[in-house]
Design a protein around this ligand. Structure first.
Ligand code: FAD
Length: 562
């Protein structure tokens, strides 16, 4: 078997069939950020690794977060100093190893009358945060008077603002981070397949020896063998622990978080704002391109159905009320909502704690059969979580199979697309691309959008554009979109319109109104590339249509623009 098969959807089914003939050191179940991080760590330590994802990569929680690489300010409130240090260090590493995807963003923390933050405590808190998280000189906290805070953010409610603190959070795209980690793992020899579900386990004398895999594209059922199996199934972790008969008194507690998206002109804040809500919680309003997104809620989730959690009208009203209180001149209404997303936090149950009080720490569970499960945690800490899991795997493989013990080196692994000597060189790369390809007529902002999604891999998209679309006299925007789709299918295992428009590009969340004119063009193109039948193409359109309306329907109540 080719050690480095292309990460392409075109030969996906045959490659999965081939993979099934091999014996792996490690099978990772779950293609969210946790599983992706483990696959990368294991592959860099030389383990023959297979990752299985039953939906698309990132389709669980890892495309539904607030999309921030946190420095851990909320942990400071809970006095978890070591954790603040850990996530601060991770944030700096990620910024270095994927500067196109993890970027600093100023965050204003207004201090308001009767709010949860006092002037002194915020100043001290942010000062401690700077030290513990190892914040660089340029990004250290600044405290502001009432006047200055209102000058920085004139839309804020003037009658309650007492001042403000300014600090930095890092923005990312969670699903793209997941795919870049997977592409890096794949380049280092790991195999990863989407739409490949672990439906059961294979045991020998009570010990786990492999996994039964259902390929959702072909309906083939394949037994695949490995020395170790890790369960990184996020909100589904307990489903697999039940199958392994190893669920104990520590179990998952799912909480639901909703974000809404409005056009930026309706909430034209000048920077991200992290503000108080009357129930004692805090929420973010984050500008991004042409939109501003707002979130999140945090409520218990007891439903059985976890594949596509949905926002309710109550969730939406909570967020709208919070914004309208803090930015009274804005007065958002339901019809302003352009998109939304809802995610489930796979946290560990703690008796008597409310959703917001539950610890975000991760925890490993070791079963008698040999299954290692990981639950809890954050996007931000994924590399450390992966290290802990892979350390345990490597130790076990050494003790039971005499395999060599290799340490973790992922702190030095640059993620796919992220090869820049210094983060400040990303804008220079954009300028260089624009100059080099001036004859193509692509604008600086189009290059910028591509580079902040694909980093240095943008050159491959431009190559595809030049070879396949530039001469077809299409509008540039359309040609580039098709080149992006082509790249996604060939290099990021895009198998459907939903994979492309939701997880690889975030367009359903951030540019929903702009999708419609291109939908049938994209459907024809993907059908062409993947040789889909007319039925398969229509079923892709139908599936995407459902997703399209789901972001505008709140628990079955379609919102007014439908
Ligand atoms: P998932 O991403 O859910 O991945 C698990 C995967 O396993 C799924 O894709 C699923 O399809 C797959 N799977 C399940 N069963 C099987 C099976 N049998 N076979 C094959 N595959 C299977 N963290 C931050 O650091 N910053 C934030 O700003 C932030 N904001 C958040 C906001 C919200 C609303 C939520 C809900 C979470 C937020 N988090 C944030 C936390 C972060 O998003 C999660 O910790 C992280 O995404 C969890 O990743 P995961 O890989 O463990 O789970």
């Amino acid at each position: 078997m080719n050690q480095h098969p292309p990460f392409s959807a075109v030969h996906r089914a045959e490659q999965l069939q081939q993979a099934a003939t091999h014996h792996f050191d490690l099978i990772v179940i779950g293609g969210g950020i946790t599983g992706a991080g483990i696959a990368l760590d294991a592959a860099t330590r030389g383990l023959k690794t297979l990752l299985l994802e039953k939906q698309d990569f990132g389709a669980g929680t890892s495309s539904r977060s607030t999309k921030l690489i946190h420095g851990g300010l909320r942990y400071l409130k809970q006095l978890e100093f070591a954790l603040v240090h850990e996530v601060g260090t991770e944030r700096a590493l990620l910024h270095h190893n994927a500067p196109h995807l993890v970027r600093p963003e100023t965050m204003l923390l207004p201090i308001i009358e009767q709010g949860s933050l006092g002037k002194q405590s915020t100043s001290l808190g942010l000062f401690l945060y700077d030290i513990l998280a190892g914040v660089g000189r340029k990004e250290r906290r600044k405290m502001h008077s009432t006047e200055d805070t209102l000058a920085l953010e004139p839309l804020l409610r003037a009658d309650v603002v007492l001042g403000g603190g300014m600090y930095f959070e890092y923005q990312t795209d969670d699903a793209r981070l997941t795919i870049e980690v997977l592409k890096t793992a794949q380049r280092r020899g790991a195999f990863a397949f989407n739409y490949a579900e672990a439906t059961g386990f294979i045991y020998e004398n009570g010990k786990l020896k492999g996994v039964k895999v259902l390929d959702h594209h072909t309906n083939a059922v394949l037994p695949i063998y490995a020395k170790k199996v890790v369960n990184a199934a996020g909100p589904w972790v307990d489903e697999l622990r039940i199958k392994d008969h190893s669920l104990n008194n520590k179990y998952l507690h799912l909480t639901k978080g909703v974000h809404i998206v409005v056009p930026r002109r309706r909430l034209p804040i000048r920077q991200a704002v992290y503000f108080d809500v009357s129930d004692g919680r805090m929420i973010f309003a984050i500008p991004r391109g042409k939109i501003t997104y707002i979130g999140t809620t945090d409520t218990n989730y007891y439903r059985q159905q976890i594949e596509r959690p949905q926002a309710t009208l109550e969730d939406i009203t909570y967020l709208l009320n919070a914004v309208n209180y803090m930015f009274p001149r804005v007065q958002l209404v339901l019809a302003d909502i352009e998109s939304s997303w809802t995610g489930l936090r796979p946290l560990i149950h703690q008796e008597g704690r409310s959703p917001s009080e539950l610890s975000r720490k991760d925890e490993l569970f070791f079963s008698k059969s040999g299954l290692i499960s990981i639950a809890g945690g954050k996007l931000t800490g994924f590399r450390r979580m992966a290290k802990r899991v892979t350390d345990a795997v490597v130790k076990d493989l050494h003790n039971n199979y005499g395999m060599p013990v290799k340490g973790c080196v992922t702190d030095e692994v640059v993620l796919s697309g992220g090869r820049f000597k210094h983060p400040e060189l990303v804008p220079k790369y954009i300028a260089w691309l624009a100059k080099k390809h001036a004859d193509l007529g692509i604008s600086r902002s189009q290059f910028r959008d591509l580079v902040y999604k694909y980093g240095r891999n943008t050159h491959a998209i431009i190559r595809i554009y030049t070879e396949l679309y530039a001469h077809r006299s299409l509008p540039i925007e359309q040609g580039l979109l098709l080149a992006e789709l082509h790249y996604g299918v060939q290099y990021e295992m895009v198998t459907s319109l939903s994979d492309f428009l939701i997880r690889r590009t975030g367009r359903l969340y951030f540019e929903r109104p702009e999708i419609e004119p291109y939908l049938s063009i994209l459907a024809n193109e993907i059908a062409d590339i993947l040789a889909l039948s007319p039925e398969q193409k229509n079923s892709q359109l139908k599936e995407f249509d459902e997703e399209y309306w789901a972001v505008l329907s709140f628990a079955g109540q379609p919102h007014s623009i439908r």
